[in-house]
Design a protein around this ligand. Structure first.
Ligand SMILES: Nc1nc2c(ncn2[C@@H]2O[C@H](COP(=O)(O)OP(=O)(O)OP(=O)(O)O)[C@@H](O)[C@H]2O)c(=O)[nH]1
Ligand SMILES: [Mg+2]
Length: 545
């Protein structure tokens, strides 16, 4: 027999049997529920004085029988019935209310969060008879209150042409959804930053950066929220009620996903995605997605995949909806085309294989490195925050054509070029992956080999985008990563880039700029002071050896 969802421990065998029998009824398409099934539902619910709910699909088949307590039912994770944008869930909920309450806020929240076809409450009176049924549905238009309660129907008039109502509703929703869609398949996200301190400014800046990351990833940001809390909720991050409220807000604006501006623990992602019918990702997953899109070389691709697998491994659970959404990645990309059948062992094997593949490719690179070190050609390694202009500078200095882009992580693969300073001073100048605040550990690990090369540098050239209002934090983030890589002892030169974008007369941090050289990487003529400083630093370094 089919499972009864909820706690049945105090029920008699006969009562359980009666509940199981609720699966056997079939509802005609034009009815909300078959009359016989409704009678059964009412009678057993009244007998045990607990709410009972049914989830009925559009073919009139009962898919779930749920038993609650006197005041509520808890709708389980419904496999195979995930709501997709522009559609409803394909299941309607009909449940009993024994304490004479109307549709509760919880009912309406479930309706909106789970995108149910309909939510109906059968009111059972003191005599144990059901009189009226209150039905609510989602409101397709972008309203403050995303649902509506219909005129109650009576048990004698259940033929309200249920399917027609649902399909009409869904067609309106999909039309609205299309209206809100900018471009094909574009994801739309609500961004949430949860903070436990008072630093709103920092939280706002972090959200600005997350917005830029979204832009790079092709996601449109429809709303951003800063949520202050005393403590991060271990299960739902923002807490149950708040999460419901924010999700309803997101649904009202036709968002397709929620992005948290922090790293979510595997269990948090699971609880949240079990609770709401929307894709939920964290900052790490977004960055991983961008890396996946931008990786070009074999090595780069392997490294990104390794990072993705490492991210995925602790988040793997068998047959969990959260997983299917997780492995789907953004817009269905990500490491998990294989979706549900992925299991830990396979991921571990894959990780091992990737590590080996990477090691093989590394070998060749190591030989090149050894050659370079033997020749003792000094190396200048350009480091800096993503989008600072590192590749642009290398291009201008060496007349190369490395991909440059006004997006995050345009460069993932390291490149090296030779640069002649004066007659007999030649150096190698390298460009590599950009940094970001809270660079995910998985990526640090996976890109370890690439970053290791920085250890060979004679000088680190730290490029800072001076036109970015967050340039100081960005500098600090870079320095933190250099420390982590244990290369902060290599002499460093600061180059403040994009000077053409700022008005120096209004710049209140001029003293700061004396720490380095102002440049415009796009304008060769601005690079002279930088070049001569680099040259003298190199000469000093060489003479010390
Ligand atoms: N106005 C102005 N724009 C610049 C300058 N230097 C670089 N840019 C622009 O800044 C953006 C990022 O440049 P990239 O060279 O790709 O930056 P990057 O540091 O290599 O970035 P990642 O590889 O993503 O880490 C591009 O749109 C460049 O055209 C500059 O001196 N002035
Ligand atoms: Mg670059």
């Amino acid at each position: 027999m089919k499972k009864i969802w909820g706690n049945t421990s105090s029920l008699k065998a006969r009562q359980i049997k009666q509940l199981e029998n609720l699966y056997l009824f079939k509802t005609p398409p034009e009815h909300l529920i078959s009359k016989k099934q409704l009678n059964e539902l009412t009678s057993i619910s009244n007998e045990i004085r607990r709410q009972i709910g049914l989830l009925i699909n559009r073919a009139g088949k009962t898919e779930y029988v749920i038993i609650g307590d006197a005041h509520k039912i808890v709708i389980p994770v419904t496999f195979g019935y995930q709501a997709i944008p522009g559609k409803l869930k394909g299941l309607r909920c009909i449940h009993t209310h024994i304490a004479n309450e109307l549709l509760s806020i919880d009912d309406l929240t479930d309706l909106a969060l789970l995108r149910l076809d309909l939510m109906a409450a059968v009111i059972i009176n003191k005599k144990g008879v059901s009189e009226q049924i209150y039905i609510s549905h989602i409101l397709p238009k972008n309203n403050k209150i995303p649902y509506q309660i219909m005129e109650p129907v009576t048990i004698h008039n259940l033929s309200l042409n249920c399917i027609k109502i649902i399909l009409e509703l869904e067609s309106e929703i999909s039309q609205q959804n299309a209206l809100y869609k900018a471009g094909k398949n574009k994801e739309k996200a609500l961004l949430i930053n949860v903070i436990t301190n008072q630093n709103i400014k920092k939280a706002r800046e972090s959200l600005d950066e997350l917005t830029e990351l979204c832009k790079t990833s092709g996601i449109r940001v429809i709303d951003t929220v800063i949520q202050k809390r005393k403590k991060i909720d271990s299960k739902f991050v923002v807490g149950h009620g708040k999460l419901a409220e924010l999700t309803i807000r997101a649904i009202g604006k036709y968002a397709t996903m929620i992005i948290f501006d922090k790293v979510l623990s595997p269990s948090q992602i699971r609880s949240i995605t079990d609770f709401i019918e929307m894709k939920v990702i964290d900052r790490t997953q977004l960055i991983l997605d961008i890396f996946a899109k931008h990786a070009k070389s074999r090595e780069g691709k392997f490294q990104v995949e390794l990072a993705q697998m490492k991210y995925l491994l602790p988040r793997l659970v068998t047959k969990n909806t959260a997983m299917s959404r997780l492995t789907g990645g953004i817009g269905g990309r990500g490491p998990g085309e294989t979706k549900l059948e992925i299991n830990r062992r396979r991921v571990r094997n894959k990780i091992e294989k990737l590590k080996k593949d990477i090691a093989k490719i590394r070998k060749q690179r190591t030989q090149q490195r050894a050659q370079r070190n033997k020749n003792k050609i000094p190396i200048i390694s350009i480091v800096g925050y993503t989008n600072a202009g590192k590749s642009t500078l290398l291009n201008t200095l060496t007349q190369s054509k490395i991909t440059v882009g006004n997006k995050f992580f345009a460069t993932l693969d390291p490149s090296s070029r030779r640069l002649k300073f004066s007659k007999n001073l030649e150096v190698i100048i390298t460009d590599t992956v950009g940094f970001i605040q809270d660079l995910p550990n998985e990526l640090m690990d996976a890109f370890n080999a690439t970053l290791e090369e920085l250890k060979d540098a004679t000088i680190l050239l730290h490029i800072i985008d001076i036109s970015n209002p967050r340039y100081k934090q960005q500098m600090l983030s870079v320095e933190k990563i250099l420390q982590k890589l244990k290369i902060d002892s290599i002499p460093i030169l600061y180059a403040f880039n994009k000077q053409d974008k700022i008005d120096l007369t209004n710049f209140d941090d001029k003293w700061f700029l004396n720490q380095g050289t102002l440049i415009s990487a796009t304008k060769k003529e601005t690079l002279k002071p930088l070049i001569s400083r680099l040259e003298s630093m190199i000469i000093t370094q060489l003479s010390q050896k």
